[in-house]
Write a protein that binds this ligand. Structure first.
Ligand code: PAF
Length: 290
C-alpha cells in the first residue's frame, strides 16, 4: 500500500490508473476505522482496482463546539487494517493540502442539507459536500463507497453527484452492528461504562418499530410512539429527533409507502448517536433492514 500525502501526487496516480483503463474505487473516511469502514473497503476491493482509501478529519464539517480536537485518530492502526485488505493507495492529506490559506468555496445541496442532522449541526453538510466533491475530483473514482448509517449524508452526496454531473457512482452499503445492535461508529469510542450499555437503546427502539411493522402497523405516528417510548425507558438517553421519511426526499410521511427511512438521533450522556432502518415496499409487503 502506497501512502500519498499530496493532492498533486494523488491526482497523478489516479489519472494514470484511469488512462490504463482501470476501475478506481474510493472509500472516503475520517479514520478511526471499524468493521463498518472495512466492509466498504471489501466491497470496493471486489469491484475496483486500484482501491483508494482517504483518511482526513475534515475540519469544515465540525461546528465550533463539536469534537474536532477530540475526534479519535490512530493512523498506525488504520494503516495496518488497510494493508491487510490489500488497499492500493492510502491518501492522508494535511489540512493545508485540502484547504490552502485562500480557500473560499463551499458546496451546499439545498433542502436536503438543512433538516435533521443539518438543523442540529449547521454547516455540517456543506463541510461534507465540499470535501467529498474535492476528493471525487482529486481521485476521480468510478465508484465511491459510503455507509447507510449516515443515510442523510449518503443521500446528499448522491444528489451532489447528479447535480454536478460527476462521473462517480455512489454506492451505499448496509449498516454494520455490534453484537448488541449498536451501529458501528468511530464515535462509539466515546461511550464509557454505563453509557455504552445505555447506547443499545437506539437499536432496541428501531427493533421495536420493526416488530410493530411485522404486526401490520403502517401509520407513522403509532410507529414513532413505539420508538419514542422505548428511548424514554432509558434514563440516560435524551431523544434529539425521531422521524419516518421518504428515502428520496427526506420529507416526513404519514403512512409507510415505497422506500422510507426511520431516523433516530439521541444523546447518551455527552455522546450524540444516530441510527436508522430502511423500510422497502415490495408489492404491498414491507422489508425492514436494520
Ligand atoms: O462519513 C465520514 O466519515 C465523513 O463525513 C466523510 C464522508 C469521510 C467526509 O469527511
Amino acid at each position: 500500500m502506497e501512502i500519498i500525502r499530496t493532492v498533486e501526487w494523488m491526482k497523478q496516480t489516479s489519472r494514470q490508473a484511469e488512462a490504463a483503463g482501470r476501475v478506481i474505487g474510493l472509500v472516503p473516511t475520517m479514520g478511526a476505522l471499524h468493521e463498518g469502514h472495512l466492509s466498504l473497503v471489501r466491497a470496493a476491493r471486489e469491484r475496483c482496482s486500484p482501491v483508494v482509501v482517504s483518511i482526513f478529519v475534515n475540519p469544515k464539517q465540525f461546528g465550533p463546539s463539536e469534537d474536532f480536537q477530540q475526534y479519535p485518530r490512530d493512523l498506525d492502526k488504520d494503516r495496518a487494517l488497510l494493508e491487510n485488505l490489500n488497499v492500493d493507495y492510502l491518501f492522508v492529506p494535511e489540512a493545508e493540502e485540502i484547504y490552502p490559506r485562500d480557500f473560499r468555496t463551499s458546496v451546499h445541496v439545498q433542502g436536503l442539507s438543512d433538516k435533521f442532522e443539518g438543523r442540529v449541526r449547521p454547516g455540517h453538510f456543506q463541510g461534507v459536500s465540499t470535501v467529498v466533491l474535492k476528493l471525487c475530483e482529486i481521485v476521480r473514482p468510478h465508484f465511491a463507497y459510503f455507509g447507510r448509517k449516515d443515510a442523510q449524508q449518503a443521500r446528499i452526496i448522491r444528489q451532489m453527484c447528479t447535480d454536478l454531473n460527476l462521473d462517480s457512482e455512489i454506492v451505499v452499503r448496509p449498516i454494520l452492528r455490534e453484537p448488541d445492535g449498536l451501529a458501528m461508529s468511530s464515535r462509539n469510542a466515546y461511550l464509557k461504562n454505563d453509557d455504552r450499555r445505555a447506547a443499545q437503546i437506539l437499536f432496541q427502539s428501531l427493533d421495536a418499530v420493526r416488530r410493530k411493522i411485522a404486526t401490520g402497523a403502517r401509520e407513522a405516528g403509532s410507529l414513532l410512539d413505539v420508538l419514542r417510548s422505548t428511548i424514554a425507558s432509558e434514563r440516560v438517553a435524551e431523544l434529539d429527533y425521531a422521524e419516518i421519511v421518504d428515502a428520496d426526499s427526506f420529507e416526513p410521511i404519514h403512512f409507510l409507502r415505497g422506500n422510507c427511512l426511520i431516523l433516530v438521533a439521541a444523546r447518551i450522556g455527552a455522546t450524540r448517536l444516530i441510527d436508522n432502518v430502511l423500510v422497502e415496499e415490495h408489492g404491498g409487503n414491507f422489508a425492514v433492514s436494520l
